[in-house]
Write a protein that binds this ligand. Sequence first.
Ligand code: FE2
Length: 665
Amino acid sequence: MVHKYKVSFTNGSCLGANTCNSINIKLVGTDGESENAEMSHSLLFLVRGYAYFVMSCSKSLGKLVQIELQKVAILKESDWFPANVTVRSPEGQTYYFPIYHWITDDQVYVFREGKALKASDENLDKCKDVREKELIKRREAYCWDTFKDGLPHCLKADDPQDLPGEVRFSFTKETQFFITAIEGLIHQVLTERKGIHEKWSNFEDFNHVFGFTTTKISEHVQKNWDRDEFFGYQYLNGSNPTLIQRCRKLPENFPVTDEMVSLYDHHSLTDEMESGNIFLCDYKVLDGVRPNVIESIQQHLTAPLVLLHKNPDDELKPVAIQLKQQPGKTNPIFTQCDEKYDWLLAKIFVRSADFSEHQLNAHLLRTHLLAEVFAVSLLRNIPMVHPLYKLLIPHMRYTLHINVLARQKLISDDGVFSLIAAVGGEGMAKVLKKSLSSVTYRSLCIPDDIVDRGMETIPNYYYRDDGLKLWGIINRLVKTILKHYYKNKEVNDDTELQMWISDIFKHGFLSNTSTGIPDRFSTVAELIKFVTMVIFTVSAQHAAVNSGQFDYGGYMPNNPVTLQHPPPTQKGKVSEKTLFMTFPEILPTVKGMETLWLLSKQSSDFVPLGEYPEEHFSEEAPCKAIEKFKNDLKHLSSAIEKRNKSLDVPYTYLNPLKVENSVAI
Ligand code: FE2
C-alpha cells in the first residue's frame, strides 16, 4: 500500500529567498523515515515562493518529528531562505516545520516539527541527537569575545559580513541604512558649501544647519531649549528618562542651603524635600573621566549634580546645579537666581553631560550591549525547538548586526564617538565600566526601578505611565506561554535554560552577585520575571532611549556632543560670547546631528512590538497568547494616542506601534 504525504514549501518574504536549485527532502517519523525525494526546481517556486508536491512511502512513518532538507545546485549555487514546510500525512494529520534559516550550501539540514519541546520532553534518541548537534554548530558560529575589559562580553565578529545569514540585516534594511547615511553626507556637504565658518557666532547660525532636517519635537526643542520647565520636562519624557530620582536628603557633596534657592511662596528646600517635591539628577558616572581631545583642542566634560523642584503647577524646574562632584570655592552652585548667562551655561554643561550619560549608559550599555548578551547566550544554549527560543528569537532580530556596526563605526578608536564627543576616546571605556557597576536587576525592571527612584507619583511622567503598562502586557504574554511549558521542577531540571541564564550572569554581568542578576532559575516565577525584563529591555526600553535621539539632540544647544571651553569656576563672568566659545565647532555638531538622525530613523522593514512575521510557535496555547498580546498592545496604542492629543509635546516613544520588537538600530 502506498502512503502519500502532501508537502508544501513556503519561502521567506525577504529579497533573494527563492532558489532555482533542486531540493531534496526526507521525512522522519516515530515509526521510520522516508526515502530522499527530489523536488526539482519549479518556476512556480522561483516566482511565487511556494511549492507543493506529493511524496509516496511504502509504509506509514508514524508521527512526524523532523525533516531533512538539502539544496542541490544544478548549474549554479542559488541561496534559499525557506520560511516553513507543511506536511499532510495519509492519516489526515498536518505537521508544521518552522525553518527561517538561510541555506547556502549542499549540506543536509535537519528541522524539527513546530511543537515546542524542552530537552526533558524528548523521547527519541534521533531527536536528542539533532538537538545536541544543533547547539554544537551554533557554539562554533557564535563565540564570545571581549571588546574592552570590564564591559559585557560580545559576539566575536569584526565585520557584519562575518555574521551568519540569519542574524544579518536584510537586503532592504542594509540598502536603506546605506541611503540614510548618504543623505547625511549630502547634508554635511551642503552645510560646508553654505560657507559656515568653523565657529558659531550667533544663534542664527544654528538655523542654517538645523533647518535641513527637523521633526515636530525638534522644532519645539529649538524654541524651548533654554526654558527651565523644558529642561525639567526632559528628565521625565526626553530621551533619557531614567536618571531622575526623588531626593529626600541632599548628597553630602552637594551642599545646597535653604538660602540659596528661591521656591514658590517662600517655601524652604527642607520643607519641599520632606513633601517629596525635590528631585535629583546625579552624573557621578562621568566623574574623573578625562575628556577627549578633538583636532588638537581639549574638550570639556563635567559630572554635574542637579536639583529640581516640582511646583504647585506641576512644572519640574531646576533650582540648583553644581557642575563637578567635589564641592569647593571654584565649583559654585548655580541657581535660577544667578545672572542669565551663568544659569544658561550651567544648564548647557548639564545637557552636554546628559548626552554622554545617555548615550553610553542608558542607551549603549543598558539596551544594546545587554541585548547582545541575551542574544548570544540564546543562540549558544537554546535549540530552535525550545519554547524559550521560539519566544525570544523575534526579539533578537538585527541586534548582533547593529552592535557589530556600532563597534566598527561608532565606538571604535577611530569611530564617530571618538571624533566628535567629549566622552569619546579613552574616557568611553571608563564610563561604560562605571556604568556597568551601577546596573542592578531591579534597575532593569521598570516596576522596581520606579519605586527605587521614588518616581511613583510625580505627574506627567509618561515614560513611567506607558512603560508600566507595557511591562504588564509583556509580562502577561510571557507568563501565559511559559506556564504552559513549565512547572517549577522542570525549570530546575532544564539544563539548557540554566546554561542560558548562567552565561548571561557570567558574560553580561561579569559574575557580579551584587547586581542581583540570577545565575540560575529555581521557580517559574523567577523565569517569567527575567524573560519579561529581557523583552521589555530590548523593545520598550530601547525605544524609550533610542527613538527621541534626534528629537531632543538634533538642535545642538539642547544636547551638545562636546564642549570646548572649561566650565565656569565663578559667577558673573559669563556672557553670550562665552556660550559660542563653549559650543562645539560646526563639523562635530553636524556629524553628531547626522548620527542621531541615522539612529532615530525608522526603517521600512521595522517590525513593531507583538508582530511575529516568523511563526515559530504552532500550538494553540502560545498562538492564542500572542493574539491576546497583540490585542492588548492595540488598546494601549489607542489610549496613548488619545492621551497625546491633549499634550503640547506628545509622548510617542512607548506607543506599541512605534516600539520595535528588538534592538535593531
Ligand atoms: Fe539604539
